[in-house]
Design a protein around this ligand. Structure first.
Ligand code: C2E
Ligand code: MG
Ligand code: MG
Ligand code: MG
Length: 292
């Protein structure tokens, strides 16, 4: 009986497995087509100076304008792209598009607005990744100082010598390198000084909890200080309330990103409303969170 039961479970498992595999294959085909047909879009979310509300950067976040299902955030399909080997192509498109958008921005900020691009694990391991990045800069004419690449901490847990060399050469050419979702991975703290980073982005989970949970606040405090003492820029992600912004500012965190200021928006809206000097959004009439 035990044997039969085991067999039945195996059959059920393999059905579920096959169903899932089929769905992934279908999604993969759809995604390849989406890339060819140009159904992918980048939305832009401002990174702001918490004191002034001025936009200092935009994070490019990929969306799929699906003909039937509408605008799909990456949570539903990006890991399929990653697993089926579509990431080099998709990632290269994202880089090209982000650099092209940013190269067209004219703004009156003292420091030009930078563009942040997320880089996946597969993309980073890919042969010739550095050339893909350089190619995007050359084609768009964007200055390297205006590009920041974001890597999640887990992607940085095991860094080969070759990859480290790549990162160093990117950084030396002026490109910014950010540790994304920082604090959620399991890399030792020392990792942050072994890599040529220029920025840490504190994960939204800690920012979201920091007013209620002393432990989250302790982590945010520590990361802000760590960034300061290492000369790294620090961005708090997922800022949703003025109270969080006030707290962050008191802790010495200069930059923030989150729904408090803006959701990710289409590029046209970003250019019209959120670039410094456009002034029709919060830009012109910004009131610091503590004045609200
Ligand atoms: P991420 O890089 O950490 O991006 C921030 C995510 O938090 C975005 O989700 C953004 O919409 C969301 N967010 C921003 N402000 C708030 C807030 O105040 N509250 C909350 N709850 N969420 C906020 P999104 O766009 O769904 O992207 C999810 C993840 O997908 C990204 O996390 C990133 O890891 C990945 N991703 C997005 N675009 C790309 C891409 O072009 N390439 C790669 N490799 N990964 C991407
Ligand atoms: Mg990111
Ligand atoms: Mg993040
Ligand atoms: Mg994330």
């Amino acid at each position: 009986a035990a044997k039969a039961g085991g067999k039945r479970r195996a059959v059920v498992y393999s059905d579920v497995h096959r169903e899932r595999a089929l769905r992934a294959v279908r999604l993969e085909a759809e995604l390849r087509r989406a890339l060819e047909l140009g159904e992918l879009r980048l939305h832009l979310q401002p990174v702001v100076d918490i004191r002034t509300g001025a936009t200092i950067a935009a994070e490019a976040l990929v969306r799929w304008q699906h003909p039937q299902r509408g605008l799909l955030p990456p949570g539903e399909w990006l890991d399929v792209a990653e697993r089926c080997g579509l990431m080099p192509e998709l990632g290269a498109w994202v880089l090209d598009e982000a650099c092209t958008l940013a190269a067209a921005w004219t703004d009156d900020a003292p420091r030009p607005v930078t563009v942040h691009v997320n880089v996946s694990a597969r993309q980073l391991e890919q042969e010739g990744f550095v050339d893909v990045v350089r190619g995007a800069l050359v084609r768009s004419g964007l200055a390297p100082e205006r590009l920041v690449l974001e890597f999640t901490e887990t992607h940085l847990e095991e860094v080969s010598d070759a990859l480290l060399q790549d990162l160093v050469s990117l950084r030396e050419s002026g490109i910014g390198l950010a540790a994304d979702d920082y604090g959620t991975g399991y890399s030792p703290l020392t990792r942050i000084i072994e890599l040529p980073l220029s920025m840490i982005k504190i994960d939204k989970r800690f920012v979201g909890d920091m007013l209620e949970d002393v432990r989250s606040r302790a982590i945010v405090t520590t990361l802000v200080r760590l960034g300061q003492s290492l000369g790294l820029e620090v961005v708090a992600e997922g800022v949703e309330t003025p109270q969080q912004a006030v707290q962050l500012s008191e802790l010495g965190c200069a930059s923030g990103q989150g729904y408090l200021w803006s959701r990710p928006v289409p590029p046209e809206e970003f250019t019209a409303r959120l670039l410094p000097g456009t002034g029709t959004g919060y830009g012109g009439s910004y009131r610091a969170p503590w004045a609200l």
